[in-house]
Write a protein that binds this ligand. Structure first.
Ligand SMILES: NC(=O)c1ccc[n+]([C@@H]2O[C@H](COP(=O)([O-])OP(=O)(O)OC[C@H]3O[C@@H](n4cnc5c(N)ncnc54)[C@H](O)[C@@H]3O)[C@@H](O)[C@H]2O)c1
Length: 286
């Protein structure tokens, strides 16, 4: 495991799922943690988001690893809130070395049926929220002349996903943000990379409409979600991926082991990205 002793990491979406896992993995590697989450539902996300109790549980579990933690309810759509969280983090810990910009939502909808509100909220959280978070943290890293940023994109950062144009557009945008951050922040010894997870076992895809999507038909079940996930990987025995699998790559990219790596989009997807594309539902005549 990489050594992050003495480092301070800010993680968004830290109440649960991958963000919680990243916070704990970074702490396990030695970092103190500033853990942020909106801890409230968002209108157009079709499933409940993280809660104050879940964020408190993440904080408690970081402390159980003998690391210091600051848990703050903060929406990545709110630049003033992010600036305040950064200021509080720096006041508490003196620095910020690592940013894991992980907060995100997922939703489904055909591109011609997505409402303005659905489109705007998706982009506001998943793309603009990542930019706002980077923008809030970067001045501190520039002052330190060092930093490691890991943005969470998705395999949908480089491939289409039927019925989720707004999510796909946002995650492609995250890779553009990552590449430009790598170029513009390089002179300050700040690296920026992205992880691109395949399908991960979190509450983001554990709700009825998601079961239908993954099963490929209405009336999908949790069991079909689990079973069909194996179709998304090329490696043996990989269905729904564990959040800890993504966290190991986040820790690596955040650490000095990756000191010469910047501008990289790293798929952590069980070999999803190399699967041959095929149309499972071709229309042979109109
Ligand atoms: N689960 C997957 O299959 C999968 C695949 C690829 C990429 N991702 C990405 O991974 C990231 C983490 O998702 P997850 O799978 O852990 O899902 P999750 O829903 O379990 O966790 C997301 C967390 O982000 C928080 N959040 C949402 N909007 C926020 C906002 N505006 N401000 C602050 N916090 C907010 C939620 O409250 C929640 O705690 C997301 O960016 C997601 O798009 C997920």
């Amino acid at each position: 495991m990489a050594d992050l002793t003495g480092k301070v990491a800010l993680v968004t979406g830290a109440a649960r799922g991958q963000g919680r896992s990243h916070a704990l993995a970074l702490a396990e590697a030695g970092a103190d943690v500033i853990a942020l989450d909106v801890c409230a539902d968002i209108d157009t996300a079709p499933y409940p988001l993280g809660t104050p109790d879940e964020l408190a549980a993440t904080a408690k579990d970081v402390e159980a690893l003998d690391r210091r933690v600051l848990a703050i309810e903060c929406d990545v759509r709110d630049s003033a809130g992010l600036d305040d969280a950064v200021a509080r983090g720096v006041a508490e810990f003196g620095r910020i070395d690592i940013l894991a910009a992980n907060a995100g939502i997922w939703a489904l909808g055909k591109l011609w049926e997505i409402t303005d509100a659905q489109w705007e909220e998706m982009l506001a959280v998943n793309l603009t929220g990542a930019w706002r978070t980077v923008k809030a943290v970067v001045p501190q890293m520039i002052a330190q002349k060092s930093g490691a940023i890991v943005l969470t994109s998705s395999v949908n950062g480089f491939e289409a996903g039927a019925g989720m144009t707004h999510y796909v557009a946002a995650k492609h945008g995250v890779l553009g943000l990552m590449r430009n951050a790598a170029v513009e922040l390089g002179e300050f010894n700040i690296r920026c990379n992205a992880v691109c997870p395949g399908i991960v076992d979190t509450k983001m895809n554990d709700w009825p409409g998601s079961y239908d999507f993954i099963a490929g038909h209405e009336g999908g079940t949790p069991q079909e979600r689990a079973d069909n996930a194996y179709h998304w990987s090329s490696l043996a025995g990989r269905g729904l991926l564990s959040p800890s699998s993504i966290s190991r790559s986040v820790v690596f990219l955040a650490s000095d082991d990756a000191r010469d790596i910047t501008g990289v989009a790293l798929p952590v997807d069980g070999g999803h990205a190399v699967l041959p594309g095929s149309n499972p539902n071709p229309v042979r005549s109109l």
